[in-house]
Design a protein around this ligand. Structure first.
Ligand code: 9MR
Length: 449
């Protein structure tokens, strides 16, 4: 419970910082706050849950009802691909992509951009190019499309499916590959320059376990990180049939250990074991701190590119399938949440005292945790805030968002960033971080300005 004590010295014209209360409560997420939608359940673990969406279906109310209720992220299934966005060289068409984007933005969803360069779904004019002309056209395409959507895309699939199937672990032959092996890094550099805040992903299929193809991609990502080629994430499409490789989680984990986020980007699962495999894939993502979200490749079975295989979470009428329940239950069991609340009051001789409280929600699994920290202004608006957390020995912050931090371990001070320093009276701002190790209580304290 929160204790709030008025400071007796509040009216005094002295500068003082008084910590007035400290309290802690432990809440088990599974018993206290089981969420009833995929998006809400995933959000409790610090993740998004998304779906591939077609602009042409946004007029279907069954479709949009499920979309709006369940999902917190959207991928345009075809509308941001090269053939759709640059049908003629140098002439861009973003009409359909913008429809998907607008629907997502109006309902508070984030957007995965898919896909800037791919050997398929190239416009005819690009298919007929080669060599330096194609390279120039491809990089121009990346620049122009990423610039158009700058600031609106959470993650871009910069390059899609560039590795070959089979045993070699090498690149797939394509017109793009024939422009030179460095085409992928050139694309990532162009995308970073065009939209510095988007996460830049490499995306592929048949990479769902430790195999020659995923190992080839792993080597590329390791090389990119070593040479500072900008790459932030790897997408695992996960088009599965009846089972998932036993080393699925280990494979996600080895990529995460390279310092990139991992995302499950096009999940669909056919076969008699569908329900169990959906649960298993979900748990694998939850077990990997840097697995930041799951996207299913369509909403209803009738929306799937896998005609007749019924690989999705909703039937043709938009009803929840057993696989839906398996995913929701797995998300809701995602970990133990510890909530700690600390109140600090700052009294100054300045214009008006600014008070704030901070509470932390921690989601833990073996070896790691996600923390979400909520900063709430008291009766006076905040112009900025500073939160201090205590991390126990053996824990390290590996990734954070929406706050600057003083270090990665021990006592860490977090300060507001541009967009979340101003908090109106009684309103809240949030930031979060991922860490390795085990945390029971972050004991956050807040100071306002
Ligand atoms: O689902 C997409 C389908 O509507 C398109 O006709 C097809 C064109 O190749 O692409 C499908 O989506 C693919 C995605 O863009 C990349 N990974 C494989 C997906 C299924 O083919």
């Amino acid at each position: 419970m929160n204790l709030t004590t008025k400071s007796a010295s509040r009216a005094a014209l002295v500068t003082a910082t008084v910590t007035v209360s400290l309290s802690a409560s432990l809440i088990l997420a599974s018993s206290a706050s089981a969420a009833t939608t995929l998006g809400a359940a995933a959000a409790q673990t610090g993740r998004y849950f998304g779906a591939a969406v077609s602009a042409g279906k946004l007029g279907d109310s069954t479709y949009t009802t499920v979309l709006n209720r369940e999902f917190t992220s959207v991928t345009a299934e075809n509308e941001m691909k090269w053939d759709a966005t640059e049908p003629n060289r140098g002439q861009f068409n973003h009409t359909s992509g913008e429809r998907v984007l607008a629907q997502a933005a109006s309902t508070g969803k984030q957007v995965r951009g898919h896909a800037l360069l791919w050997h398929q779904q190239q416009p005819g004019w690009a298919q007929r190019l080669s060599g330096s002309d194609l390279r120039q056209a491809a990089i121009n395409h990346v620049t122009r499309v990423a610039t158009h959507y700058r600031g609106k895309i959470h993650s871009w699939d910069v390059v899609n499916e560039a590795f070959a199937d089979g045993g070699g672990g090498g690149r797939r032959d394509s017109n793009l590959q024939r422009t030179g092996n460095d085409w992928i890094e050139a694309a990532f550099r162009a995308a970073r320059a065009a939209d510095p805040n988007a996460k830049l992903c490499y995306n592929d299929y048949n990479t769902d376990g430790v195999n020659a193809k995923s190992t080839g991609i792993y080597a590329m990502v390791r090389d990119f990180k070593a040479r500072n080629v900008p790459i932030d994430c790897v997408g695992f499409q996960s088009h599965l049939t009846n089972s998932v490789p036993s080393d699925y989680q280990a494979n996600l984990q080895r990529f995460a250990a390279l310092g990139v986020d991992v995302q499950i980007t096009e999940l669909d699962i056919s076969g008699a074991n569908q329900t169990a495999v959906y649960g298993s894939v979900t748990r694998s993502c939850l077990a990997v701190p840097r697995c930041t979200g799951i996207t299913v490749w369509g909403i209803r079975d009738t929306d799937s590119w896998r005609t007749g295989q019924n690989p999705l979470l909703f039937d043709g009428n938009g009803n929840k399938k057993p696989a839906y329940t398996a995913v929701l239950d797995a998300l809701n069991a995602g970990g133990t949440t510890t909530t700690t609340t600390t109140t600090t009051t700052t009294t100054t001789t300045g214009p008006a005292p600014s008070t704030c409280t901070a509470s932390a929600s921690v989601n833990s699994w073996t070896g790691g945790f996600t923390a979400t920290v909520k900063v709430t202004a008291g009766s006076t608006a905040l112009r900025g805030w500073r939160v201090t957390t205590s991390l126990p020995p053996g824990t390290t912050v590996t990734n954070a968002w929406s706050a600057d931090r003083s270090g990665d371990s021990g006592t860490v001070t977090w300060t507001d960033v541009d967009h979340n320093g101003s908090v109106a009276a009684g309103r809240s701002a949030e930031f979060g971080f991922l860490g390795t190790g085990s945390v029971a209580d972050l004991a956050p304290t807040c100071a306002g300005s």
